[in-house]
Design a protein around this ligand. Structure first.
Ligand SMILES: *Cc1c(COP(=O)(O)O)cnc(C)c1O
Length: 299
């Protein structure tokens, strides 16, 4: 996929002028109209390995609104793999927008009850799927794993990062922020904003992906989840609309809106020294906003 059209947008708001900081957004949402953002990067080396090992079918896991499911379906189609999505929860009467798109890219689904889903995705032995699906290459849920980190590192090749003092992104599994940490420069602070509620194992999970202790310049924030994964309230929606109004940047309600809300709160609390230059990563995920009824968002 082409990445040379990805730009960096500077956000001009009274707060950043007043505090004398710069807030920039690396627009990975511009990557592709459906498959925006980090999931594409995280998949790259899984697909390469699948190809090298001679697999023709990918199998992965996710919820009915998952950006990872949408991205895997698209990447599989583009690289001529068959794809199976194991979906958390019973088959809904009406498929979500995400499932419809993924099906249009050729993905086949298996719906599992929540408890079965959790059991099955933990079982990393691909043999258990062989009887049902033949030989499949398993991509972990959300692209969590070392190949995911390796792909995520390449997100920072889309711009020159030298002049930034801080790099920030939303955190789900932690693979993306680990890649960003590894691609960042020694003097840069790396900020992860967790979108899960009280995910206290996150630090350890990121440390495992990083394969060494996390440096002092790495920071995780747990205060901006809005009640938990994919939860939101009227404040977050109005923030997304206001932010779009002033910046022309659409945010998704699961990840990037919470990151941006968090960064602005941190700026208000003077957590960024004067002259900080903050590069926030728009990790995409805009397809998730399609679960809102029309009219909620102004974009
Ligand atoms: C999945 C996702 C993230 C989180 O990435 P992790 O590597 O799981 O931490 C952030 N933003 C968007 C838009 C995503 O879809």
């Amino acid at each position: 996929m082409q990445t040379d059209h990805i730009s960096v947008t500077d956000v001009e708001i009274p707060l950043t002028r007043q505090k004398n900081i710069q807030l920039s957004v690396l627009r990975l949402d511009q990557l592709h109209p459906v498959i925006s953002g980090n999931k594409w990067f995280k998949l790259k080396y899984y697909l390469r390995e699948a190809k090298d090992l001679g697999f023709d079918t990918l199998l992965t896991f996710g919820g009915a609104y998952s950006n990872h499911i949408a991205a895997t379906a698209y990447a599989a189609k583009e690289q001529h793999f068959k794809a199976i999505g194991v979906i958390r929860g019973e088959e809904p009467a009406q498929w979500s927008h995400t499932l419809q798109k993924a099906a249009a890219f050729g993905m086949k689904f298996v719906f599992l009850s929540r408890s079965n889903f959790t059991a099955v995705k933990r079982d990393t032995n691909p043999e258990r799927f062989r009887e049902q699906f033949g030989r499949v290459y398993i991509v972990p849920e959300g692209g969590y794993g070392l190949p995911g980190v390796r792909g995520a590192k390449e997100m920072l090749n889309c711009t020159d990062i030298k002049s930034y003092t801080h790099i920030a992104a939303a955190v789900g599994t932690g693979a993306t922020i680990t890649g960003l940490l590894q691609a960042s420069l020694p003097g840069q602070q790396v900020l992860g904003i967790s979108v899960l509620k009280n995910n206290r194992s996150l630090w350890n999970e990121i440390e495992q992906l990083h394969t060494m202790p996390l440096p002092n310049r790495f920071h995780l924030f747990h205060d901006f989840h809005f009640g938990g994964y994919a939860k939101f309230d009227a404040d977050l929606i109005s923030f997304m609309n206001r932010f779009y109004h002033i910046s022309n940047i659409p945010l998704d309600f699961v990840y990037t809106a919470k990151m941006m809300y968090g960064l602005i709160k941190l700026a208000e609390k003077n957590c960024f020294p004067t002259h900080s230059r903050v590069l926030s990563i728009h990790t995409g995920g805009l397809q998730g906003n399609k679960s809102f009824p029309p009219g909620v968002l102004i974009f």
